[in-house]
Design a protein around this ligand. Sequence first.
Ligand SMILES: *Cc1c(COP(=O)(O)O)cnc(C)c1O
Length: 351
Amino acid sequence: MSRFWSPVVHNLEPYVPGEQPKIADLIKLNTNENPYGPSPKVLETLKQSINDNLRLYPDPDSGKLKQTLADYYHVETKQVFAGNGSDEVLAHIFNALFQHEAPLLFPDITYSFYPVYCQLYQINYQTVSLTEQFEIDINDYQQKNGGIIFPNPNAPTSRLLALGEIERLLQNNTESVVVIDEAYIDFGGETAISLVDKYPNLLVTQTLSKSRSLANLRIGFAIGHRDLIEALVRVKDSFNSYPMSNLAVNAGIEAFNDQEYFELTNNKIMTSRQQLVQELEKFGFDVLPSSANFVFVTHPQFDAEELSAGLRQQGIIVRHFKHKRINQFLRITIGTAEQNQRLIQVLKTLV
Ligand SMILES: *Cc1c(COP(=O)(O)O)cnc(C)c1O
């Protein structure tokens, strides 16, 4: 603390990211990274992008990437915003699109960055309890609000809300912006991008960090009505005009061009998820139905934090949250088949 700090900084409680330890041979199942590397075509493009042009500023608009995304999702480029990771895109959304007269609504159990952005941008919020089964019930969102946001599938619960329910929410909530954070949508869900032409207050965000294996390059985007996108561009151009390097833009384009690799790796992850769930259930874990690249599990007889510590001693790290409603749960990222086997092997010795 220092007397030189601004009042905003004094009151900030920053987001705590999953750790990135520098220990060799660690099985890292704590931050929902993809266990497979990026497409070989992405790596080739990156190599070719390392040239004299690095002395130049990139295209401030990331226009080629936006064009690729617009073609892929059948929207206009003016409906696309691209940024330095979806976290930054989300930050701009909180700043540009949520109103301050009524509280922003999001689930009690959700991505813990949301309350941090609220503090940073001085936005009131109110959390809405998930059901007993950790589901979002859209009937609970029928109240005056300055915006609504949640991930679909939700994190860290992994549960998916059906697209029909999202549409029902949009029909009931027309006066504020609804943001669907689709960081995990490619692992079994159906994107709400198909609804953006019908609902001018819908904004969908996605990331290339998870299903496209590019967490390190920081690429995220939002798709919605052009007026919403224009607000984001205004904030971006008041903050950092060049958020994405040529490297990120070119890699992002190639990641979308290589559909075959995308499907191959995602299918592997979804198959591994199914196998992992079966194994975990065999020795007594309760596993929430997952549509993400992680599972959210609890064991009726064993303390989650102790299990997490036991796994760590054997070189496997998973994520444990202290929030009291979920402090008996572990969030475990789906690894490769070999990593999952090792996880099961170690868990067998602990329960
Ligand atoms: C991982 C994640 C993000 C952030 O993704 P980046 O593009 O890597 O910043 C956003 N929302 C949720 C729910 C996530 O899990």
